[in-house]
Design a protein around this ligand. Structure first.
Ligand SMILES: *Cc1c(COP(=O)(O)O)cnc(C)c1O
Length: 240
């Protein structure tokens, strides 16, 4: 006999509401407004029907990490219907496909990719593409990102790309069970954002901070996140 689950699985609506409430609570607690934080629903691996359901529940921003998967899912819901965020590593040879699909790329991490994206925008007749610079603060070999020491120079190069709009920074910090251990990474990213902003690298833009995932988005918001990327807490566990 199969045991009945004691706690019924929360519905998508309940989980989404719960995440939204947490965002509202934390922002207010630190004297910020909930609308200052964009919730990106990370829909990677989940089928189009589930994305559509989240869209019907008012989700406006979705995160995908693979071009091939995005090419089947984004056109199904409609590129104009939502704001699509590329949050996974992008190979330069897929830049043009990314430019066709996404509103914003969170993972700009090399000069060659910047140039490829800029050129792809021209080829696709796209006047601008929002980008965030992925920063690597831990020096992890397995993760991409620009080191803090090279950030100013890198931002300068991105800003010379006519069609790229450099709007902020993104981090994928090392995983810690205890979200408190991630806090120094979030804090450091905010300092770097402030420095770049003071130097005029984000133009008129406020300088986004894309940081915080399901298990640590509240800490990230406390440290100034303007974009949180939340998957599991909204959609449940991913099937690998
Ligand atoms: C998958 C992913 C997320 C979401 O992770 P969860 O722990 O499911 O919230 C956020 N950011 C990036 C870059 C991801 O790849």
């Amino acid at each position: 006999m199969v045991a009945e689950p004691t706690v019924p699985a929360a519905s998508l609506r309940e989980r989404l509401d719960e995440v939204r409430e947490k965002i509202a609570t934390v922002t207010r607690r630190c004297g910020r407004e909930p609308k200052e934080v964009t919730l990106v629903a990370v829909s990677k691996t989940h089928p189009v029907e589930v994305v559509r359901e989240a869209f019907a529940l008012g989700a406006t921003d979705f995160g995908e990490n693979r071009i091939q998967e995005a090419e089947t899912k984004i056109p199904a819901l409609g590129m104009q219907a939502a704001r699509w965020h590329l949050i996974g590593h992008l190979q330069a040879n897929k830049a043009r496909r990314a430019v066709r699909l996404f509103d914003i790329v969170h993972t700009l991490d090399s000069v060659s990719l910047a140039h490829r994206l800029d050129r792809s925008c021209a080829e696709e007749d796209r006047n601008e593409l929002s980008v965030l610079i992925q920063v690597d603060l831990a020096g992890e070999e397995t993760k991409s990102g620009v080191a803090a020491s090279g950030l100013t120079e890198f931002a300068g190069i991105v800003n010379q790309c006519a069609r790229l709009r450099c709007q902020g920074l993104m981090i994928l910090p090392p995983y810690f069970e205890d979200a408190e251990q991630v806090r120094p990474f979030f804090r450091r990213l905010r300092e770097l954002r402030d420095e770049l902003q003071a130097a005029g690298h984000f133009g008129e833009h406020r300088g986004e901070l894309s940081m915080g995932m399901s298990h640590d988005f509240e800490v990230a918001i406390e440290e100034g996140a303007t974009i949180v990327r939340v998957g599991t807490a909204i959609f449940g566990e991913r099937i690998p």
